[in-house]
Design a binder for this molecule. Sequence first.
Ligand code: FAD
Length: 458
Amino acid sequence: VHANPAASLPAQLPGLEWIVDPLKVGRLSSDFSWFSPVLKEQLAGKRGDVVVRPRTEDEIRSVVGACARQGIPITVRGSGTGNYGQSTPLQGGLVLDLSAYNAFGWARRGVGRAQAGIRLADFDKHARPLGYELRWLPSTFRTATLGGLFGGGFGGAGSITYGPVAATGNVLGARVMTVEPEPRVLELHDAQAMLLHHTYGTTGIVLELEVALAPAQHWMEGVAVFTDFEKALHFANDVSANPALIKKDVCFLGAPIPQYLTPIAEALPAGCHAVLLVIAECSEAGMRQVLAQHGGELTYCKNAEEVQASGRTLIEFTWNHTTLNALKHDKSLTYIQSAFDPSPNDYLGQIVALEKELAGEVMMHLEFLRTKEGGLNCSGIQLVRYTTPERLNEIMQIHRDHGVRINNPHVYVVEDGKQGKVNPEVVALKQRLDPQGLLNPGKLRGWDELRAADGVAA
Ligand code: FAD
């Protein structure tokens, strides 16, 4: 008899792929939360008891049913590239690694479907010969899964055109499994499916996703450099705003951030401000005209074939890969995530004001994007020279005082990352799909509050 019921799961279901080696279980219980010195400390030692890597829906059903019957917590995992300890179990139990549940389904008429564990790069490998590609690639696209992007991600390269994953019309449906002694499989559509988005696998187990696709393009990549911060900023903004230019990513890096991108150092003169561009080849000439108006210099330029042949893409220097590259140089750095005021051009004013106020301590990294409502804006993933948690909170407060919304990356509870607001519809869906509250316990405040109100220990 096992004191810990999770430890007996491999013996109960011997036909599945189990990982029980403590080192491997520890590794498969962690993600990139170490980007945050705060989370690193809070999540130290948190881990599952055992990991399973199912290959079929039947295998998933058998293990989920066994957990529901024995009250074992389940933390779903894709590739574990999340930043907020999303796939780190707080209360032990089973890590349900869906990376082997990864078949591509189909892509037709602008829509595609695949199993949740498919890597985003693999999805595109299948979809591109059919004329399509995903609308958003986080910079972790080589390893990150579709289910993980939906469960814990925001967007990425492509969000400049299609907005975040959360924009209505991007995700069309989800096939989900309930956590019950006899698990059921349901198809959720549109707004219902979206209730599972960015809830860290607390609401339901996503088996398959159906998503709207973008037409495949030949993407060229370029680096434009400037000596003047505001000229670089306005260039990035004008390229982003121009409706004739087809874009996948426009990333602004204020000095000294470009110096952290060692693999492309030859394109980045000392002290420069840089704009990394991933744009359609047909838009290169237009982009060069905008560049000439702003007095920048293109120091790196590769067409789609050259990008393909080099095995390197600038996407892997954007989004949180900028942070990763900087951390390779200086372990004392960390980051914040911010959403500027989306009213036209207000964000540019906020950026310039904050750049001046926090010079030397906060370094400006911006990803241009369309908001859920369609307006042009940019998302800040600023680098911060970390000193104390108190100063980090002060820096975030200074941003709020300027009217900038902070999506705090130093917390692991779903609602805390989004201004603390509980969504009762998400809680109601969890009640339907996970009535015992076994999925990733401790991460959804709305659920814990409901249980506390019912007099049940969270
Ligand atoms: P995981 O980390 O494994 O899981 C993420 C969350 O989703 C977890 O809570 C997990 O429980 C849940 N989950 C996973 N699969 C399922 C499922 N099938 N059903 C239900 N819940 C599930 N994010 C962006 O949005 N854009 C970026 O550009 C970006 N850049 C990054 C760069 C770096 C260097 C790093 C470290 C992270 C970055 N991220 C980014 C965060 C992360 O890489 C992405 O969100 C990625 O899509 C997560 O995929 P994953 O498979 O690794 O998910």
